[in-house]
Design a protein around this ligand. Structure first.
Ligand SMILES: O=C(O)CCC(=O)C(=O)O
Ligand SMILES: [Fe+2]
Length: 201
């Protein structure tokens, strides 16, 4: 028996070629409903463009980038806004749960079941060779899918209201992840991925 484990501590999920840690409910001083409402209202949400086969499309979700370092993502450079007080509070709770430090956060707002995120790895050089990326979710549960680059194996995790998922070790080298559109109607969801951007030497 593990005397120290409880429902809210991170548990390691079995996966080859990387590390995944999960808790369905990160302990917070506010309710997930309060966090969701404040994130929705206090964030300067932007509809970003993405280029596919030479044509510009709107990303199928809204985004915002906050923190202390600019960052390239999907071929674009984001200049962050400062952390809001709520983001700092969430960052502190995530750092306490994971034992990792973060200096940036990407926020994604999935308005309904038609919003999604294409398969990708968070493997930008500025994240370092084995980045720790902490993903905190609020609102409607969506299925987070991991696909192994070589074996094609897939792993699915439902990320519900208040859930925290930590990706670490060699995971970004071997797996891609994404959120598919779904036919079943669902409400809105906000996801925060906390990252540590390495400063240029
Ligand atoms: O919304 C999610 O759970 C995934 C977010 C993600 O992969 C990212 O921000 O890079
Ligand atoms: Fe990602």
């Amino acid at each position: 028996m593990d005397l120290f484990a409880d429902d809210t501590s991170l548990r390691q999920l079995p996966i080859a070629d990387g590390e995944l840690w999960f808790t369905p409910r990160l302990p917070l001083a506010i309710t997930p409903e309060q966090a969701m409402q404040r994130l929705r209202e206090e964030t300067a949400w932007r509809a970003e463009h993405i280029q596919v086969w030479g044509k510009l499309h709107l990303q199928p979700r809204l985004m915002a980038w906050h923190g202390e370092a600019s960052y390239r993502y999907s071929g674009k450079t984001f200049h962050p806004l400062p952390f809001t007080p709520l983001q700092r509070q969430l960052k502190q709770a995530v750092e306490q749960a994971t034992g990792r430090q973060f200096n940036s956060v990407l926020l994604n707002y999935y308005r309904n079941e038609r919003d999604s995120m294409g398969f990708h790895a968070d493997d930008e050089p500025k994240l370092g060779p084995q980045p720790a990326i902490a993903s905190l979710s609020f609102g409607a549960a969506r299925t987070f899918i991991l696909k192994h680059r070589h074996t094609g194996q897939t792993v699915k995790i439902d990320l519900g209201d208040g859930a925290l998922l930590l990706m670490a070790g060699t995971l970004q080298q071997h797996w891609q992840h994404g959120i598919n559109k779904q036919t079943r109607p669902c409400g809105e969801r906000i996801n925060l991925t906390f990252r540590n951007i390495l400063h240029a030497p």
